[in-house]
Design a protein around this ligand. Structure first.
Ligand SMILES: Nc1nc2c(ncn2[C@@H]2O[C@H](COP(=O)(O)OP(=O)(O)O)[C@@H](O)[C@H]2O)c(=O)[nH]1
Ligand SMILES: [Mg+2]
Length: 456
């Protein structure tokens, strides 16, 4: 008998989702009791773990990622915006056969929630307009675009010239929002293409020619253009409308459908990146997680369902609910990733506290079960107490930082100086890959037990 579960892994680009999944699958497929401790007694074992490939271009590319680790000492490449990993396995402490699917969800797409919820393009432009008017940062960033819209209404320029002007101004607006770590960059393909490319390392020229969406740009236009007597305005409006429709269908629908089917979620947060990026980044990540559970609201997290479950459980009549509703509360595992960067001493406790403070009030429902984790999926930084140095490998060989140069985590999200945390930006290669065994992990096993288990 199979026990099926679908688990969403949510996080902004570089929060560590792909490495976490690669490392987890690796530990399952090449299980070794000494390096992955699961079960009540911490001595259960995984048997017969096998990948299930069936989705073609959406399959999580485990084999390639693992090979990059082992043969090239490289972190996984970014090749797709979202991916799905499915596997089956047995556990020595369970008689079920487990069939678990992980969905790697880019947090950036959460910004598109207004596109997703709009009934059509006109509805979206109206909602966006209303939303923008309450946010001074967005208004400032989009000021030139709005002026450009007004200009287009009065100019005699051709449709294609006006189109190019509008694209340029909207793109500039998005660039400004991205620079401020706004959580509302939509369409989000501008910051994360469907091929997984971000804006990191792009030159100014690259950015100036970067499409908003490679399949067809679009942006919110004044509603009155739809039925305007000016043919140019009508045609520009029509073009946006049709690209909007296509975007919703091809970029958002497949992803949001997966999200809706998830039973539980792992939310990956890179605290080190937030500390070295500043307060705006903090709000961006917080808002993204908030919007995900409150606006996208995956089915299992819906108020109505949860209230029904709660009430029926309370009066002991759970069996009266239809089968699909007789489930345990959905789970959220909040994970501070890359925990090897927190050095022993102040490290893990502060990391967990910062994570807890960041996600507080995200999900107030008492029927959702949530838990905090600090995880390392591939140990990269190691403290050597003899030399009092943090040692790590890079593509050019071994490197180190002395302990007093390594940033100490703050105790809270009070005002902090991001420059103080620049040290967290240094990159290493996971230490274990040289031996080709699964990367050394920390708490990945605990996370796995929690999120795939039936207790708690
Ligand atoms: N030190 C450390 N760095 C990590 C770990 N996991 C990921 N990273 C770093 O974070 C980067 C982004 O990870 P990735 O999984 O690709 O992020 P994604 O964009 O969320 O899928 C990697 O290239 C590594 O540099 C970890 O466990 N420890
Ligand atoms: Mg990834």
């Amino acid at each position: 008998m199979f026990r099926n579960k679908k688990i969403g892994v949510l996080g902004t680009v570089n929060s560590g989702k792909t490495v976490l999944l690669t490392s987890l699958l690796w530990h399952l497929y090449e299980f070794s009791p000494g390096s992955f401790h699961i079960g009540k007694e911490k001595n259960a074992e995984i048997k017969d773990a096998n990948p299930v490939y069936e989705l073609g271009d959406r399959d999580f590319n485990y084999t390639a990622y693992r090979r990059q680790f082992v043969e090239q000492g490289r972190w996984p490449d970014k090749t797709q915006d979202f991916a799905i990993a499915r596997c089956t396995y047995n556990r020595t402490d369970s008689f079920w056969e487990h069939d678990v699917t992980f969905v790697d969800i880019p947090g950036e797409r959460v910004s598109d929630v207004f596109i997703w919820q709009a009934t059509d393009y006109a509805d979206w432009t109206w909602k966006i307009e209303r939303f923008w008017s309450g946010d001074t940062n967005i208004l400032a960033s989009m000021d030139a675009f709005k002026k450009c819209c007004q200009q287009v209404e009065t100019t005699s320029a051709s449709a294609s010239e006006s189109w190019d002007d509008l694209v340029k101004e909207y793109r500039n607006g998005l660039v400004a929002l991205a620079g401020n770590f706004s959580p509302f960059i939509t369409p989000s393909t501008f910051v994360l293409t469907t091929g997984g490319e971000t804006m990191d390392g792009l030159s100014r020229e690259d950015i100036e020619s970067r499409p908003i969406w490679a399949e067809g740009d679009f942006f919110p236009l004044p509603g009155k253009w739809q039925n305007s007597r000016n043919e140019v305005l009508r045609s520009i409006y029509g073009r946006c409308e049709s690209n909007f429709k296509k975007y919703k269908k091809t970029v958002l629908k497949p992803l949001y459908k997966e999200i809706d089917e998830c039973d539980s979620f792992v939310v990956c947060v890179d605290i080190f990146n937030i500390l070295s990026s500043g307060l705006s980044r903090f709000y961006q990540v917080k808002e993204e997680i908030n919007m995900f559970f409150q606006m996208i609201r995956p089915s299992k997290f819906g108020e109505i369902l949860i209230n029904a479950q709660k009430a029926m459980n309370y009066i002991g009549l759970n069996y009266l609910l239809p089968n699909f509703m007789q489930t345990k509360p959905p789970k959220i595992a909040y994970v501070a990733t890359k925990s090897d960067m927190a050095i022993p001493g102040n490290g893990k406790n502060r990391l967990e506290k910062l994570l807890g403070d960041l996600v507080r009030n995200v999900n107030n429902s008492s029927y959702v079960n949530s838990k905090l984790f600090t995880c390392c999926a591939g140990k990269t930084f190691e403290y050597d107490p003899d030399s009092k140095r943090i040692v790590f490998l890079t593509a050019r060989g071994e490197n180190y930082v002395s302990l007093d140069k390594w940033p100490e985590l703050p105790t809270s999200w009070e005002k902090w100086d991001k420059d103080q945390y620049r040290g967290f930006l240094c990159e290493g290669i996971p230490l274990q890959v040289v031996a080709a065994a699964p990367p050394e992990q920390n708490n990945l096993d605990k996370l796995f037990d929690y999120i795939t288990g039936d207790d708690d």
